[in-house]
Design a protein around this ligand. Structure first.
Ligand SMILES: [Zn+2]
Length: 191
């Protein structure tokens, strides 16, 4: 049983100022060019910016590590290990942390592989290449299961997110061609 998570993450639009508790106004501040949540009581302007999702493409021999999600959204679908970057960490640290939390895999982090703009959901997704140091896994509470897939076994119809599917597609094509290179692209709409 999972309980529904109605807000993940919480809505961008604030109702009250997090500094003083007054009601905020949604308007264009002076010398700005777009609407913000502005507190006219204490003067705080609550800027919102895209969130970074960081993850890895972990490989053991010729197989790729995927995790079956134990959390919403997309409960019970397969994903590359990834999650929201935390304050105070680098993208590489975040990718390694998410990989360890979701799968328990011990990895050697490689090069940045995909950089995917997803403006519709106000996110940027970054996946690093990663080499597993063994095939031992110990998935944490965010995963129902973690396992390695050969190319033929990848559950394309049960993947969590388009950024995961497109990263896997590029990785497999590059690997067949014998030349991994960094990819940067934009997803125009999000499912
Ligand atoms: Zn305020």
């Amino acid at each position: 049983m999972t309980s529904p998570i109605r807000y993940f993450p919480a809505p961008r639009r604030a109702r009250f100022c997090s500094q003083c508790g007054s009601t905020v106004n949604h308007r264009v501040p002076e010398d700005d060019n777009r609407e913000r949540d502005v507190c006219d009581h204490c003067g705080a302007i609550h800027y919102q910016n895209p969130r970074m999702v960081v993850g890895t493409v972990p490989v053991w021999q010729d197989r790729i590590l995927l995790c079956r999600r134990a959390i919403e959204p997309r409960y019970d679908t397969w994903t590359l290990p990834a999650g929201f970057m935390e304050l105070g960490e680098s993208t590489a640290q975040g990718a390694a942390r998410e990989t360890l939390e979701e799968s328990g895999a011990k990895i050697k982090l490689g090069e940045l592989y995909t950089i995917i703009d997803v403006p519709q959901v106000e996110q940027v997704h970054l996946f690093y290449l990663a080499e597993c140091l063994s095939d031992e896994l110990d998935p944490g509470p965010e995963s129902l299961e973690a396992r390695f897939f050969s190319e033929a076994e990848i559950p394309w119809d049960e993947l969590s997110f388009r950024t995961v599917a497109t990263t896997l597609e590029r990785f497999l094509a590059d690997r067949r061609a014998g030349a991994l290179r960094t990819h940067h692209y934009t997803l125009e709409s999000h499912r």
